[in-house]
Design a protein around this ligand. Structure first.
Ligand code: FES
Length: 294
């Protein structure tokens, strides 16, 4: 069964679809405080819209129900459900927000507040691949800033450097690439790093990063430095939603790449070689000094 809304949702009002109750944001929901968007932007997400939900067919509805059944509180399924809708459209559209709200009996504003808080949920259609360049402090000084600048120029189609979350090529088509700068990707020992669809490419240079995106544009899938083989963004989104395209055993074999690099373990190895150990925790921790009462 495909779905489409016949009743628009309202900001802080109510929305009732066929056979379903849509719990609205009441006066106790401070949308402005919950969302990084301005009220006007939030309005655009939540007011009087009638998105066509037919893109979310019976298979997606069944998967959403499966997600709900995994949690004692159904609203806990919101994060994986946003990944599910992103696996369908390559971003979280207005329809995606409405779909989640209806399946979970939430207000559009509540779903929008979550979708706009986390950077993994994209509000614009993405390319076949998402390239995330770490431009946090350590990677930046090791070359991450130069890599990001070069890729925004190299991927440009009209001579104007791409901006954060811009896409080179038609979003969703083969070889299209969305670029973003990312905060620390927790691989500082291997910087500068970048990710493609959240898979790591360590110790990058400007030249190796350009070679990588050129290969992606040609339809190739260069092997990540560690972790699972490269697929595409929508497949990864489906995996993040908790659904795997192959049998479980095949999936496990596919992710059986190295997950730790020698650099990551060097400190532990040095300590082991030299017999260093951390002091044992005392049986009884000394009492903390009294804090002066105010
Ligand atoms: S600063 Fe780039 S991974 Fe930490």
């Amino acid at each position: 069964m495909s779905e489409s809304l016949s009743t628009g949702s309202t900001y802080g009002g109510s929305s009732v679809g066929a056979g379903e109750t849509h719990v609205a944001a009441g006066p106790d929901v401070d949308v402005d405080a919950a969302s990084p968007l301005s009220r006007a932007e939030n309005d655009a997400l939540t007011v009087e819209s009638t998105p066509d939900l037919s893109v979310f067919g019976p298979d997606i509805v069944a998967r959403a129900e499966e997600q709900k059944a995994r949690y004692p509180e159904t609203r806990s399924a919101l994060l994986p459900m946003l990944h599910l809708v992103q696996s369908v459209e390559g971003y979280v559209s207005q329809a995606g927000i409405e779909f989640c709200a209806r399946r979970l009996n939430l207000a559009n504003a509540e779903v929008a507040a979550v979708a706009t808080f986390y950077t993994m949920y994209k509000r614009k259609p993405c390319g076949e691949h998402l390239v995330s360049v770490c431009t946090n402090t350590l990677c930046a000084v090791l070359g991450g800033d130069a890599i990001y600048k070069k890729l925004t120029e190299h991927l440009s189609q009209d001579g104007t450097p791409l901006k954060h979350e811009d896409t080179s090529g038609e979003p969703g088509t083969p070889g299209s690439i969305t670029i973003e700068h990312a905060e620390c990707l927790a691989a500082c020992d291997l910087g500068p790093v970048l990710q493609v669809n959240y898979e790591f490419y360590d110790n990058q240079t400007v030249d190796s990063a350009v070679e990588l995106v050129d290969a992606l544009r040609r339809g190739e899938k260069p092997a990540p430095t560690r972790g699972a083989p490269l697929t595409d963004l929508r497949t990864v989104e489906l995996e993040l939603a908790g659904f795997y395209p192959e049998e479980e055993a095949e999936f496990r074999a596919r992710i059986d790449g190295p997950s730790a690099a020698p650099e990551t373990l060097r400190g532990a190895q040095l300590a082991a070689d030299r017999g260093w150990t951390a002091p044992a925790m005392p049986e009884k921790a000394p009492a903390l000094p009294e804090v002066e009462k105010k």
